[in-house]
Design a protein around this ligand. Sequence first.
Ligand SMILES: *Cc1c(COP(=O)(O)O)cnc(C)c1O
Length: 346
Amino acid sequence: MDLSKLVRKNILDLKPYSCARDEFKGEASVFVDANENPFDTGLNRYPDPLQNTLKATIAKVKNVNAANIFIGNGSDEPIDLIYRVFCEPCINNVVAIDPTYGMYKVCADINNVAYRSVPLSDNFELVAEELLRKVDANTKVIWLCSPNNPTGNLLNEQEIETVLNAFEGIVVIDEAYIDFSGKESWNRRLSEYPHLIVLQTFSKAWGCAAIRLGMAFASEEIVQTLNKVKYPYNINILTQKQALERLSNVEMLNSHVTYILKQREWLKNELEQLPIVEKVYGSDANFLLVKVKNANKTYDYLAANGIIVRNRNNVTLCANCLRITIGLVRENELLIGALKKFSGNR
Ligand SMILES: *Cc1c(COP(=O)(O)O)cnc(C)c1O
């Protein structure tokens, strides 16, 4: 891979902003280089712009090299940066599966980059050949999401591999839900595929949606290029500290995942017995996609009873589908109770 052929020329030529903490790294007794307030409020110093302590810890927990980690303000930041780094507005295009996570299209629209979507098969499977048919000389990025949102399934490994082998631009695999899937991350394959970017997040299994922390795993070259373009202090110190604390307690993540997977089974089984439910799709994530007789009416009934699910009725291949996040036992029971009542009323 020749990254210089993929990166926009203005980004290749960019001389990034050099902040005080870039220019001097290390120990010293007096720091009067960044115009900070000298009084120790606990927060008076700028955070590490490259989050080295946090990356070293993530590297250990995830068993990857720290140099292959980019950290962003949620996954939203690397998603947007990938457009800004690789896609020339009005010229380049990206290819994505449909249905999938909405941010890929929103960021394409913001950056004025054409977004080409390719429907998954009827059972929500990726068909590499069809995806690749939409690729042309101006295609810079392919967006994949596995397990996919809102369908919940892992995409077929062979099909992903076909895409990785055939496409010479950037392939993104968004693994926001990987911890619920029992599958190994594609970040194991970074050395094999230098054009691969794997996204993960603290927002789901790690239980930290509020701190806004996303990770991109990629070749050192790609990570360095993303670093050039990001805001200098994109991850605040409160977020870095909280993330370190969560990373020190992997047992909590594991126990949450175990609980959620058990509840996913229970909820699927309960839903399948309801007469208004036509199908509960298999899930490798922390939610279920459920086809009901009438999604709008079911949604309205639940909302009127204080239970909010995600109505995916208007999404490709998802007519009359609701996306339901696995909650606590009590919440799942309330949901099933309300749906039983709704079924009985009809
Ligand atoms: C929830 C989700 C994310 C998480 O985004 P953050 O900005 O990290 O909170 C990323 N990708 C997909 C597919 C998601 O469903």
